[in-house]
Design a protein around this ligand. Structure first.
Ligand code: ADP
Ligand code: MG
Length: 711
């Protein structure tokens, strides 16, 4: 953030906290433990909640059920033994109008007795209730209490809305609050505005100094519910500036890509495409046609396409990818199709190979498991251009893979690739067009922050005739019922998947292993063909098993999560998931998406082991409640929070200090519009009015988005 140099007062936001009034070396150490060393860091450390102490009464005026603050002196302290190991701490507080008893059931006896010594002045906040004993006088259970060592209560502690900070042992709320107060009063004026006036006015944002001051110490009369929802003008301003800088980064990156990277414009809707469409066994859905239109428009531009294709599991993204790849081939260029797993790459290959053969197009599969000789030949054919479409895993972006002229790279299931890999493939050709596909629908808010530099297309329509998948839960003791259900489907001619979490018993004893389940099923159902697939098999073996299952040679496929993504076998109608409580929500949804792909009714059977954790319960419930991938993703985000949702794979995501991508979706949208419009008007931030913004932006990029080395 822009910091002024030493001002007339000699103060700077970089000042060490130790020299601030009321801190000193001892407290400075405690603050340091919390990661706070400079004034600026402290200002950024905002309260995590507030306590309304603005309604102040005398003890004699207290009524039951009303949240209230009062002050009084301790007149009596007393520990009461109830059962053998249960104690209650009772502290009686009085003022000139009466007295009231405050009770604690959980307390540290020695420490509390010292803290609430007779005669101490206490500021107490809480909700009085009527006691069940002693004639039903008022009492407060576990009140919030500040101890004042002064003769009179500090106005900071009573009569206003009090900030509550996260603190560390040895540093009282009250002390931290008074440090913060001094700091805010003294230093907030140094916080320089960097948002352009027009943007501030349009969005009703207070200036920076006011925003920080009032977020730390809300003025009297601030609505409590707004504070709680982080929606006061001051709080909104902080969220806004943070998201604005993030979006500015994305806008900047996109502008930069547009200008600096010349791509190759392609002719679309050519001969091969028409021939292919005649080969297809179904009509494209309206959504597929719309999305293809957007992609074709992009491909015709000199600026390389950078598009994210969003579409729920089974919405038919592959065909869109293939038609796009054929466009590149039609222009005498090459296409690359990358998948996150070998199995999925193999499947893509098997799916598109027959079409391409008919069309006279050469598709090749590159995997890390190839023999050196095969690999060499394949790499040569990619280099000399005789391979038109290369399919593979991340192996496709490793060193040594050189394309003659890569026109389009399609990355399937982007959520498994890091941001950097997305960039790596761009470097394989002279800036090929890039299409990124994702089937775990990322909530829009996240897509706008994470993929904010990309255009987004959405397939929001399923191919016709899809039946909603019925999801049922079975506890382990009911497994027989689940199996019976599965068998009934198999007897109707359908197929089933049984998915287990782990392959080796040694990893966790109580987990059912695939092998055990496989053997168990064979024994139970002698008249049914059971197949087994897992990640430790050789590629040829896996391919053979998948091909046989697809051809209907097996009825039940027992698998590890290797089949999680992309597998497409329309006759399979049952997905039974063992230990479903251990899977993440996105994974469960992906797995469920393996069924419901044909015209038959489909079922997802979740076998759960007790006891379920709270999160486990929520996940299973979310699965039973909805089949909508976007709703699932929102739920997932709620349950896990954004950090976990992204996992370590998405290391490009900056951490957010004030903003919350679930709570602040509307602000994400506004800041996105504002930032993109601003970069359009002033691409390099040269306008004199944007100089403070430029400094703030550079500092922001410096510590958060260093993968964007663009300014
Ligand atoms: P995903 O979006 O999950 O990658 P796929 O591309 O694997 O989905 O498509 C799922 C299934 O739907 C495949 O069997 C595919 O052939 C079929 N499909 C795709 N588009 C259509 C369509 N327009 N009409 C009928 N079936 C379709
Ligand atoms: Mg797919």
């Amino acid at each position: 953030m822009p910091t002024t140099d030493k001002t007339k007062t000699g103060l700077s936001l970089d000042d060490s906290i130790q020299y601030v009034k009321g801190v000193g070396p001892k407290r400075a150490l405690l603050l340091q433990k919390m990661g706070l060393e400079t004034v600026e860091q402290c200002l950024y450390c905002i309260p995590f909640r507030y306590e309304d102490r603005s309604r102040v009464k005398k003890i004699g005026e207290l009524v039951a059920g009303e949240q209230i603050t009062f002050q009084g002196r301790v007149s009596e302290v007393h520990v009461q033994q109830i059962w053998r190991r249960r104690k209650i701490l009772e502290v009686t507080v009085q003022d000139d109008t009466g007295s009231i008893c405050i009770k604690w059931f959980k307390f540290h006896e020695k420490y509390m007795k010292e803290r609430y010594a007779v005669g101490r002045l206490l500021i107490v906040s809480g909700k009085p209730t009527r006691s069940k004993y002693k004639g039903g006088g008022l009492e407060i259970i576990h009140a919030d209490v500040d101890v004042s060592l002064e003769e009179e209560a500090d106005p900071l502690d009573i009569g206003s809305i009090i900030p509550i900070y996260s603190t560390t042992e040895g540093l009282y709320q009250k002390s931290l609050r008074s440090i913060m107060k001094g700091l805010v009063d003294q230093y907030a004026p140094l916080l320089e505005e960097f948002l352009p006036d027009v943007i501030r006015r349009r969005n009703h944002l207070p200036d920076r100094a006011t925003a920080f001051r009032e977020t730390h110490f809300p003025p009297l009369g601030t609505q409590e519910n707004l504070l709680r929802q982080f929606r006061t003008e001051a709080q909104v301003r902080l969220v806004f500036e943070e998201l604005f800088l993030l979006q500015l980064g994305l806008a900047f990156k996109r502008k930069h890509t547009q200008q600096e990277e010349p791509g190759t414009p392609l002719k679309t809707r050519g001969d091969t495409i028409h021939r292919f469409i005649r080969l297809m066994q179904f009509e494209l859905t309206g959504a597929q046609i719309r999305v293809l239109g957007q992609i074709m428009d992009d491909l015709e531009q000199t600026r390389p396409m950078n598009r994210l294709l969003h579409g729920d599991v089974g919405s038919g993204k592959t065909i869109v990818a293939l038609i796009s790849l054929l466009t590149a081939v039609d222009n005498g260029m090459q296409g690359a199709l990358m998948a996150p797993t070998e199995l999925l790459a193999e499947q893509h290959y098997m799916n598109i190979q027959p079409f391409c053969e008919t069309l006279g197009i050469r598709v090749q599969l590159l995997t890390s498991a190839m023999s050196a000789k095969d690999k060499k030949a394949l790499l040569a054919s990619i280099k000399d251009g005789s391979t038109h479409i290369a399919v593979g895993t991340h192996a496709l972006i490793q060193k040594g893979v050189e394309f003659k002229s890569l026109g389009l790279a399609v990355i399937d299931e982007q959520h498994r690739f890091g941001v950097l890999q997305r960039e790596a493939i761009s470097k394989k050709g002279v800036y090929p067009h890039v299409l990124v596909m994702t089937a775990t629908p990322i909530p829009r808010s996240l897509a706008m922050t994470l993929y904010g530099d990309m255009d987004v297309s959405v397939i929001d329509e399923m191919p016709p005739g899809r039946q909603p998948i019925q999801t049922k839960r079975y506890y382990e003791s009911q497994r027989d019922k689940a199996y019976a259900f599965m068998k009934k489907e198999v007897k109707k001619g359908r197929q089933a998947y049984v998915v287990c979490p782990l392959i080796e018993e040694s990893e966790t004893k109580d987990l059912k292993t695939v092998l055990e389940v496989y053997e168990d099923l064979q024994e139970r159902f002698p008249d049914v063909t059971v197949a087994l697939i897992h990640g430790k098999l050789k590629k040829e073996e896996r391919q053979r098993i998948m091909a046989e299952f697809k051809a209907g040679k097996a009825d039940i496929l027992v698998a590890t999560t290797v089949i999680e993504v992309g597998i497409d076998i329309p006759n399979a109608t049952v997905m039974l998931i063992e230990h479903s409580e251990r899977f993440g929500l996105a994974q469960l949804h992906q797995l469920r998406g393996r069924v419901g792909r044909g015209k038959h009714n489909s079922f997802c059977l979740l076998v759960a082991y007790l006891p379920l954790t709270d999160d486990g319960k929520l996940r299973v419930k979310a699965m039973m409640d909805t089949c909508d991938g976007f709703k699932i993703a929102e739920q997932d985000l709620q349950i896990r929070g954004p950090g976990d949702f992204l996992g370590t794979r998405q290391s490009g995501m900056p951490s957010l200090r004030f903003a919350n991508i679930i709570r602040d979706i509307p602000i994400i949208e506004t800041t996105r519009k504002e930032a993109f419009a601003l970069i359009d008007r002033d691409p390099k931030l040269t306008d004199p009015e944007h100089q403070n913004l430029k400094i703030a932006f550079q500092e922001y990029l410096g510590d958060k988005l260093d993968f964007m080395d663009i300014l």
